[in-house]
Structure formats: structure tokens, C-alpha cells
Design a protein around this ligand. Structure first.
Ligand code: NIG
Ligand code: FE
Length: 404
């Protein structure tokens, strides 16, 4: 394995490593070292800081004044699925909303049909294209959910594909069982939920977390509580798609069930937001979804941060509500629509995103695995500013250059 020295870094972005996610005003703190260098040995960082002499390596990379950061973390994706739903775009423009499409058997249920039809290999090939694009965009840690199988065979098929991806690519993954993502056509909701609860035990062998879609017309607060309690009883940390469209109290439930994250939260209540700072739950905001659904009201990131909460950002990449695997695009939307500061955004896609999926990633301390991105940008504020294009110049995964 090559040892590498990266020299001539104009600004080295260093999110703070801590046991807890960064909360409130801590989110606006970001250490930046100018004229820096990094030394990598055996896939790990051995030095990062001001340029200094005394280190040798087999490979030297001249960053030529570029910005360097830890690789990004995307803590919420639905990357493994069959097919696509471009026909829904026109329907939505005609005023048919997301939940109505689902109610009519489209939306998630359309993707369920296509995922059930797809073989393991087809799902793997399709997801691999997205994973390659994510890596090229500077993302090396990815959470991946099931939820388009809605039965034992197909949920486990999705999770198996997800696990195979983590073997195939030099990335770090966390896998989430999202069996209760929608209700199969013609099935009773409670009967289906009980089936998914029964499946938790088996899913645990494949998945790190259990997730549920708590929303009007999907699962209620009571049903979500039942599922989360069952997962907690098995020792599985829980996540929840909460308060995306209607204010059902999903954030309060997440905190009550000690969820590792509560995701979406566009319609989260003031009460829920007030409970966030004293909880261990990270708010994973998905502004690309609000944007893609054509809505005007975005999650109250400012309120959550100013209250003292921990906020993270993700793509939510999926074939219906957010069709992008470019986390840099989400950084731009977070600036424009969530009014987050550049420092908050960088912490939200590195260290806080890592906390939302319980991985030791998103920082560059001595001893950390060397997941590093060289950005073709004059400073760190430039990446959310110049939107819609890829600024990643070189991506180093576990100490090896994987994209340049
Ligand atoms: O996080 N809201 C529920 N699940 C996904 C969307 C899934 C889909 O539309 O296929 C989400 O937005
Ligand atoms: Fe999602």
C-alpha cells in the first residue's frame, strides 16, 4: 500500500471529532488550517496540519492550492431499487401530489413492483452506477435502506445487494431495514406491520437500523411506536421518516424511542424541536426532497440549530421524491433554502452525518482512516456557492486514490 503525502493544501477543513454530534452553535465551528499537509500511512492519517519537514512517502500529491476535507457522508439514501418514475414528474406538475400518487398505487408501490421484478444482479448493477457517481462526488460513507420489497424475499434481496455493494467498493456503508415503507396493495395495514415486525429478527442479520415511514395514509404514530419498540427490544437502533408532509408528532416519537435519527422533519412541531437539544437524536434534513417535490416550506433548520439541536444533511436519493445522488447539490440547497451557514453545512455532511449512522467518519485526526477529498475550489464556502456541478478533484478512499 502506497504511503502518501498531500502537500500545498490552501485550506484543510477539520470538523471536530467528538463523542456526541455537534449541537447548536457548535455546528458553526470549523477548524481550517491554511498552508497545510497530510501524511497517510497504511490507509490512515498519521499527520495533518501545517506544512512541515521530516515525513517521507512513496507518493506525493501536490494539491496545488486546493481545499481538502474529510470525504462526505450521506446518511440517508434509497440507492438500491428497481426502475425509475420519470412519468410522475408530469403528473406532479399537473397538481397530483406525492401522497395521492401513492394512494393510487403509484409512487413507492410502483418502485416496489419494479424492485420485485429485478434480479439481485440487476439491482446491484443499477445501484453500482449511483455509488460510483457518489464516490466521484466525494462521498465515501453511505447509508442504504430497503423498503421497496415489502415482503420477506424482496426486502432481504435489497439488503443483500446493499451488503454486496459495501464489499465491491472502497466505501463504508450502514444498512437499514425499512420494511414498513408503504402498504402492499390490498393488504391490511396492521397485518402487514405485524409481518414486518416479525421480519425484524431476521433483518437484524443484514441491517444496522430499523426505519419506518410515519405519515398520513402510511403508518400512524401508534403503529410507528409499536414497530420502533419491537426493534428497540431486539437491540436495533431505530430511525424514522417523520413529519415529512403532515405534522404528526414523529419527531417527539423519535426522541421518545431514542432514535439515532429523525429524518425529513419539514412539518415538525415546536414541541418536538424543543425536545431535540436534550436528546441523542440527530435531525437528518433532506432539503433536496422538499425542492424536488416543488414545495415552498422547508424544514426549520435555523430553529433547530438555534435551539441547540444537532442537524445533519442527506440526499435521500430515491426514484420518487429526490432523484439526485449529488450531495454537493444538497449543500447548495441547504444554504439557499435552510439558510445554514457554510460551516454548519460542512459539519452536517461530515461529522454529524456520521453520528446519524453511528460511524467513526467525517473527521481527519491522526489515526482516522484516510477518506479524503481534494476540492477544485478556492475556499470551503465555494462548494455550496457554485451549485449543480462536481467540485471533487481527487478522492482518496482508505489511503488509495480512487478518483482523479
Ligand atoms: O424519504 N418518504 C418516503 N420515502 C422516500 C421516498 C420514496 C419514494 O418516493 O420512492 C423519502 O422521501
Ligand atoms: Fe427517505
Amino acid at each position: 500500500m502506497n504511503d502518501i503525502i498531500i502537500k500545498n493544501i490552501s485550506a484543510l477543513i477539520l470538523p471536530k471529532k467528538s463523542e456526541q454530534p455537534l449541537k447548536g452553535s457548535e455546528m458553526d465551528e470549523l477548524e481550517i488550517i491554511e498552508d497545510a499537509m497530510i501524511v497517510i500511512k497504511d490507509g490512515h492519517v498519521v499527520y495533518r496540519g501545517e506544512e512541515t519537514k521530516g515525513y517521507e512517502a512513496t507518493e506525493e500529491i501536490d494539491a496545488d492550492g486546493m481545499v481538502v476535507s474529510p470525504a462526505l457522508v450521506d446518511p440517508h439514501t434509497h440507492v438500491v431499487h428497481g426502475g425509475s418514475r420519470e412519468h410522475e414528474m408530469a403528473l406532479k406538475r399537473q397538481g397530483v401530489d406525492y401522497l395521492t400518487i401513492l394512494e393510487q398505487g403509484g409512487g413507492i408501490l410502483n418502485t416496489v413492483e419494479q424492485t420485485r421484478k429485478a434480479t439481485h444482479q440487476q439491482l446491484l448493477d443499477k445501484a453500482s452506477k449511483n455509488i460510483i457517481r457518489m464516490i466521484q462526488h466525494g462521498v465515501l460513507t453511505i447509508e442504504s435502506k430497503s423498503g421497496y420489497g415489502l415482503d420477506r424475499e424482496n426486502e432481504l434481496k435489497q439488503l443483500e445487494v446493499s451488503r454486496e455493494i459495501s464489499q465491491k467498493f472502497p466505501i463504508t456503508m450502514r444498512h437499514t431495514f425499512l420494511g414498513p415503507h408503504a402498504i402492499p396493495k390490498g393488504m391490511d395495514k396492521d397485518v402487514f406491520l405485524d409481518e414486518m415486525i416479525e421480519l425484524l429478527d431476521e433483518a437484524q442479520a443484514y441491517a444496522d437500523f430499523a426505519d419506518i415511514f410515519c405519515e398520513t395514509g402510511v403508518f400512524t404514530i401508534e403503529q410507528s411506536r409499536k414497530y420502533m419498540k419491537a426493534a428497540n427490544a431486539l437491540g436495533m437502533r431505530v430511525k424514522i421518516h417523520a413529519d415529512e408532509i403532515d405534522p404528526l408528532g414523529g419527531l417527539e416519537l423519535a426522541i421518545e424511542q431514542n432514535a439515532i435519527s429523525a429524518d425529513h422533519l419539514v412539518a415538525a412541531s415546536t414541541n418536538g424541536k424543543n425536545l431535540l437539544p436534550d436528546s441523542d437524536t440527530v435531525a437528518v434534513l433532506l432539503p433536496g426532497t422538499t425542492f424536488y417535490l416543488g414545495k415552498d416550506q422547508f424544514a426549520d433548520a435555523r430553529g433547530m440549530i438555534e435551539n441547540g439541536g444537532a442537524v445533519s444533511l442527506a440526499t435521500d436519493y430515491n426514484p420518487g421524491s429526490c432523484v439526485t445522488d449529488n450531495l454537493q447539490m444538497i449543500m447548495a440547497i441547504a444554504s439557499l433554502k435552510l439558510k445554514m451557514t457554510p460551516n454548519e453545512i460542512w459539519n452536517a455532511v461530515t461529522v454529524n452525518a456520521a453520528h446519524a449512522i453511528d460511524v467513526d467518519k467525517g473527521t481527519l485526526e491522526a489515526g482516522d482512516q484516510a477518506d479524503i477529498v481534494l476540492w477544485d475550489a478556492p475556499n470551503h464556502e465555494y462548494i455550496p456557492y457554485h451549485y449543480g456541478v462536481n467540485h471533487a478533484h481527487t478522492v482518496i478512499a482508505k489511503g488509495q486514490v480512487v478518483y482523479r
